[in-house]
Structures are given as C-alpha cells and as structure tokens.
Design a protein around this ligand. Sequence first.
Ligand code: ARG
Length: 455
Amino acid sequence: MKLWKGRFSKQASSSSDAFNASIGFDQRLYEEDITGSIAHAKMLGRQGIITEEESEQIIHALEEIREDIEAGKVEFTIESEDIHMNIETILTERIGQTGKKLHTARSRNDQVALDIRMYLKKETDAIDQLLSDLLGTLQELAGEHQETVMPGYTHLQHAQPVTLAYHLLAYYQMFARDRERFADGKKRIDRLPLGSGALAGTTYDTDRRFLAEELGFAEVLPNAMDAVADRDFALEFIDCCCITMMHLSRFCEELILWSSSEFGFIEMDDAYATGSSIMPQKKNPDMAELIRGKSGRVFGDMMALLAVCKGLPLAYNKDLQEDKEPVFDAADTVKASLGIFREMIASMKVNTDTMDKAAKTGYMNATDAADYLVAKGIPFRDCHEIIGKMVLYAIQKGVALEELSMEEFKSFSDAFGEDIYDAISIKSCISAKKSEGSTSFERVGQQLSAIKGQK
Ligand code: ARG
C-alpha cells in the first residue's frame, strides 16, 4: 500500500515501483527503525500529541512486529518501498487507525537519518572491538618476536636490520590510530536527527531532548535542514574504513611477499591458504590477497557516496537513498577483513632462521660501520664515502663487510680496530640504536610496556 497515495490519480508502474524501492537493502535497518519509532511513540504520548493509550498500543505492536521479523514471519513488499513504510503499513494493518498516528511530527527524512546513525554507532563499536582484538594479537606476536631479527627495508631494498617485534609494532600504532579515528567519528554520528521533520522542523510541541536520551544520543542536531540533508557522518565512517583497509592492505602485501619462496619469511597456516586447481604444489595466500583486493572496493564506496552527495541542493533528495549500500558494504567488508586477518596472522608460522639469514645480507650494517668511524672522530660525510667504497669492494669480492680481514679494513681507514667486528654484528646494529621509538631491543621493550599500560 502507498502511504502517500492521496495526491495521485494513477498507480505507480511496476517498473517505477521496482526502481524506487530500497526495501531490498534497507530491511537490515529494521531494528533501528523500530527502536526509533518506539521512542517517537513514547515521546508523542508524553507530550500529549497522541494519547498514552495510543502510544502504548503502538509500542506494543511495534515490539511484536520486531519479534515477528526476527522469527522470519514478516514479508516485506516492494510496493511499500522502504523499511520505514513497510513497518508502518504492517503496524496499521495490525492496529488500524491508531497505527496511522505514529508518523505525526516525523518524516521519513529524519527517520532514515536516524536509522543510519544508529546503525553506524553499532557498527563503529563492532569495528572497535575487532581492532582491539587485532591489537591484542599484534602485541602478543611482538612479545614473542623481540629477538627475531629481520631486514628493515626502504624502497624494498635491504636498509637496516630491525626486529620483527619492531615491524609488528609499527602496524600496532597504525591500527591504534584507526581506533582513535573511528571513536572520533562516532562523536559526530552520535547526534540526533529525529524530530527534524521533512526539513523545517514540525509544528508540534515535541521533545527532542527526551528522544536523544531515550535513544542514547549524546546531542541533538541543532539545525533540522542539516539533519536531514547531510551524510558527512557516513562519509567519515567510510573514510575510517578506507584507512583501516589501506593499513590492512599494506600489511597483506608484505605477508604475500614474505610467503613467497624468494622471501620465505613466513608460511600461512593451511587453514588460511588455498591450493591451485591445476598446479598441485601451490599454496596461495588468498586471504591476504582478498583483503588487499577488498580495500579497492571500500575506496570505491567512499567515491560512490561522495559523488552521490556532491551536487545535491538542500535538503533531502532521493539520491540519498543511494547512501546505504556503500555504507553497508564498507562496514561489512572492514569487519570481515579484520576478522580473517587476525586469525591469519595469529596462525602463521614465522621462519625466524630465514629472517635472520636475510638480515645478514645486503650490507645492512654499512650505516653502523660509518657510525663506528664517526665515533673515531671522522666527519660523517667522509665516513659515508669510505664505507661506500668498502661496500663496493666487498660486493666485487662477494663477501659481507664483517668477512673482510683487519688488513682490508685498515686499507680503507687507519681508524679501524678489532672492535669493528663486534660493532657491525647484526645484534649490535640493533642494540646500538638509542633514540626513542627505535628498533633497539630495549626501546622495543619500552614500546611493549607502554602498550600494556594503555590497555
Ligand atoms: N528510502 C528513503 C531513503 O533511503 C527514505 C526517505 C525517503 N524520503 C522521501 N522524502 N522520499 O532515503
């Protein structure tokens, strides 16, 4: 049934009904919609806009509808267009005239804005929990790998040795900031649009503060036109999803590289890898690849909603119905990705020996050899030059710096003494780092304790 049929002399064509309807995807907002309607009915009763009995009757029927939806007993129709009108239609079918009073002092415009805000508050909490679980796993892994040495890269070239704990804690920081970002975005989601009416407010003596309290909103949106017209809160939410997906994607890219035979740093657990339909030997890191791929679709959700909003005159336009699918998709994708990612890294096998071996190649102690000469009083730029020449010599000879003889060292600079060998061992290169936030075993230990303090 069309709740707006009064002004029309002809029925909508079945094609426009199908095109116009959002029930196919917005039915997942049924709970938020009913909770919002119950609060609205309560407020109408308290304010004497409808009678207390009417209010109670509506609330009771809405609760039953909710149960019936959950029990799979309710069939939604395309004719009723969206979740809001489907529920109102069912309500009126069940309690007659009184059901028709629910929509007093309300529009679908503030109703839908309310539903999405309530949905996003819930999703933000769910994502926060998943991020917190991931941080816990990273913290555990880092704790286990404080002594695991590996190459640190820039330009994907061996740069300086680091520990795996240090590398993992870099991601820990990124995901911790993601959590902060979601929490900050939630502050702006947590503002009540209900009571705004279509765009200009309503003529009834409503109580929006009561609604905010009843529905657990921190604030009431101060301008009704803004409340129904903007979706910046949803954009911010997807933006947070994008950044989290980008972080996951980078991490996945590394895990994919690390599980290649060229690196061999890790091996995915069989439960989180797949085989090939043709090549019997294959074990592919599909979960990591899919997360990397899904980051692209979430970035697409962001662009989709930005493009929907960019040319809209105030206030509500039906274009805004297109907000829901990108929002749902971003939330679903980030939740699924965070979940599987955590399981995947918790179960992967780390080949510490291979990492250790790799850390000994690529002349990653060259900077430390230069620092050794600096300590002997030679200006850094000259040291850089001397060690550069030594590296070239060692490359030609096919050996590591620490494999050169004392004589060879001396031939590049008199300042070298026996203690050079200890100074450029991988362990020393790591422990010698002093600065706050560095990879030294001690500083990483401090990072780990600081994290424990945060929890
Ligand atoms: N299904 C609509 C949406 O998702 C609900 C709001 C419709 N409002 C209107 N004035 N047609 O945006």
